[in-house]
Design a protein around this ligand. Structure first.
Ligand code: DAH
Length: 337
């Protein structure tokens, strides 16, 4: 009799539990079966009235039913509590994931890396030198006359009578030659300073890459070949170029290299001042006086040098018209590259 009731209550309990989807319904089921007056608890009362010999078996069955029901109740309760706490957080699983924004290399770094890669491919190694430089390395050893206008307070940030913030990367040529026997073939990138009014075209600080090749029998033709190869790799294959005579104290002869204006393709426009050409660098054959200052034998050696501004190079390549954007770190500019 009792065992039949146990079986029935067992299956009723299971089917009641299947219909439960929230904690309130679950509590109703608990009250119905497991509370003080619940169906299972009441069965224990009936145990008293059973004949003595039936009691052990019936007791065992009842204990099993109660344990089963309590366990089922508990595990469903845990499950429902967990899902209701997730519901409360209102997680929208359809929202796109939020990714951390990664930084990227500054356009100047990218441009310099590209320049370095090209010159390394042409057999150049990379050196650097200090931004605080001696007047001797920056001017005198490079054959600047004592009264050269570039030494003027207007152009140079002097730190003391003999020290200054370098105005170009050319003094690194002196350092490289002074501490290395020829042949040397190197590029020397770095930051330079000039005491200039800040405008869209000039800044008090910018970057240059210097180049140097010294050996026996280095020719102007090699200088041209190297720079044309660089320009073709950097600016693109089908560009037109020209070398114009110029003057720098540390090279003789000196030249400036122009490439076809990227904007008007040589027709003439505002950017190239109607010439169709854009100057990209200065260069020349190393002046014997420079060799003298680093104890190189100017009878046996020849060499070439060149220098270009990295900001200017990037501006020409990407059509940037204001140099100040390189230093403002405006995210809208930076993220374009
Ligand atoms: N130092 C020059 C400047 O700042 C650039 C330059 C011109 C470097 C000719 C050179 C060179 O090595 O040969 O304007």
């Amino acid at each position: 009799m009792l065992s039949e009731s146990v079986r029935k209550i067992h299956s009723d309990f299971e089917s009641d539990l299947i219909g439960v989807s929230n904690l309130k319904d679950l509590e109703d089921v608990r009250t119905k079966y497991l509370s003080r007056n619940g169906l299972i608890t009441s069965l224990f009362d009936e145990l008293k009235n059973l004949p003595k010999e039936e009691k052990p078996l019936a007791g065992k069955l009842l204990n099993e039913l109660r344990d089963f029901a309590s366990n089922q109740f508990k595990s469903l309760k845990d499950k429902l509590e967990l899902s209701s706490s997730v519901d409360n957080q209102k997680i929208d699983l359809t929202l796109p994931a939020s990714f951390k924004k990664l930084g990227s290399r500054h356009l100047l770094t990218q441009t310099l890396d590209e320049i370095k890669t090209i010159f390394k491919g042409l057999g150049f190694s990379v050196f650097d030198g200090p931004e605080l430089e001696s007047d001797y390395n920056n001017f005198e050893a490079l054959n600047f006359a004592p009264d050269h206008p570039a030494r003027d307070m207007q152009d140079t940030f002097f730190i003391s009578k003999d020290y200054l913030l370098r105005t170009h990367t050319s003094p690194v040529q002196i350092r490289v030659m002074s501490s290395n026997k020829p042949p040397v073939r190197a590029i020397m990138p770095g930051r330079v300073y000039r005491n200039e009014a800040v405008s869209s075209r000039s800044y008090c600080m910018f970057h240059q890459v210097e180049g140097l090749y010294v050996d026996t029998d280095v020719t102007f033709a090699e200088l041209k070949g190297t720079l044309v190869s660089f320009a073709q790799q950097f600016y693109g294959g089908d560009l037109n170029y020209r070398f114009r005579p110029s003057f720098f104290p540390f090279t003789e002869p000196s030249a400036e290299m122009d490439i076809t204006c990227y904007l008007c393709h040589g027709k003439g426009c505002k950017v190239c001042k109607q010439t169709g050409w854009l100057e990209i660098l200065g260069c020349g054959m190393i002046d014997p006086n420079v060799f003298k200052s680093v104890d190189y034998d100017s009878e046996k050696l020849t060499g070439y040098a060149f220098g270009m501004g990295i900001e200017r190079t990037a501006m020409l390549k990407y059509g940037i018209t204001d140099i100040r954007v390189f230093f403002e770190n405006d995210f809208r500019f930076l993220k374009q590259f």
